[in-house]
Design a protein around this ligand. Structure first.
Ligand code: ADP
Ligand code: ASP
Ligand code: MG
Length: 280
């Protein structure tokens, strides 16, 4: 079994989602068992932070930004999903976005955005992406479910950068998969405390979600799909002649990620290393 994680840049537009779905279809048609982990659509986490801050700052225009977030997802659904299935998926989207809008209204009234509330606001991006991708895969003939991984990933209450209780999380993940055989499209980035409060694992944390699911289920490989060809010698956006490294030890990858190689979120390496699961 492989875990395939797709970052924001890989699920930024309907075209990108089609491409990602082709990659997933290739695995499934080849009889491979996989789990998909997704980030929010490109730019959405930043937009959610911005809209939360605008609401807290008493800026009435926050609703414009929130409308833009909603219509971004709505237009992706309209472009990807056949007209006959759209209404049920739009209803599921509305359930999420109405919830988000209520929350933002609360932030606006209270003029307060605590780290705890911000985590809840941010968590909507991954949930919306997982809903859209799983709906599109179902339409392609791959029955699947989207999994809100806040239910499995148990953390402390360090909002914005929560620490995961790994053994409990692994137990939750294994238990869930005992009774869910369908393909799962899992939300990256968010978890929850024992009191059920939403937390996030730090910016870029969906990589870590993928590693947690991979380690819990003894995956053969954890694949981090992104917009560059692997871990390069340095950031290709800054240095033109950066080139891909064929292989790295976990320790080397850990070092690179700690020193700013955003391509892999540092905590991701540890569960993979402990369980000796290759990260590709
Ligand atoms: P995703 O949205 O898929 O999670 P990220 O933006 O988090 O993608 O990570 C990919 C980006 O990491 C690349 O576009 C690249 O600019 C940046 N990056 C920084 N350092 C490195 C490196 N050493 N190797 C590869 N990419 C790097
Ligand atoms: N969407 C989150 C972020 O932008 C998590 C991730 O992309 O890995 O930080
Ligand atoms: Mg990333």
């Amino acid at each position: 079994m492989n875990v395939l994680k797709f970052g924001g840049s890989s699920v930024g537009s309907p075209d990108n989602i089609r491409q990602v779905s082709n990659i997933i279809s290739d695995y499934l048609n080849g009889g491979e068992k996989i789990i998909v982990v997704t980030s929010a659509m490109y730019g959405i986490t930043n937009d959610l932070i911005e809209v939360g801050k605008a609401a807290a700052a008493d800026d009435e225009n926050y609703t414009e930004l929130s409308d833009r977030i909603v219509s971004h997802h709505l237009s992706a659904i309209k472009e990807l999903i056949d007209i006959k299935s759209q209404s049920s998926i739009i209803a599921q989207m509305k359930f999420l976005t109405n919830n988000l809008e209520d929350l933002l209204h609360g932030v606006f009234l209270l003029k307060e955005l605590s780290p705890r509330t911000l985590d809840l606001v941010m968590s909507f991006g991954e949930r919306l992406a997982a809903l859209i991708i799983s709906s599109y895969l179902t339409q392609l003939g791959f029955p699947c479910e989207w999994l809100d991984a806040r239910q499995q990933i148990t953390t402390n209450a360090q909002f914005g950068n929560a620490k995961v209780f790994e053994s409990l999380t692994f137990e939750n993940i294994r238990k869930y998969f005992e009774s869910h055989q369908k393909l799962q499209v899992v939300t990256g980035f968010a978890g929850s405390t024992s009191k059920g409060e939403t937390t996030t694992l730090g910016r870029g944390g969906s990589d870590y979600t993928a590693a947690l699911f991979g380690a819990a289920l003894g995956a053969d490989e954890i694949e981090i799909w992104t917009d560059v060809d692997g871990v390069l010698t340095t950031d290709p956006k800054k240095v033109q002649d950066a080139f891909p490294q064929i292989s790295l030890s976990y320790v080397e990858a850990m070092e690179l990620s700690h020193f700013g190689a955003k391509v892999i979120y540092p905590p991701t390496l540890q569960p993979a290393f402990t369980e000796k699961i290759p990260l590709r």
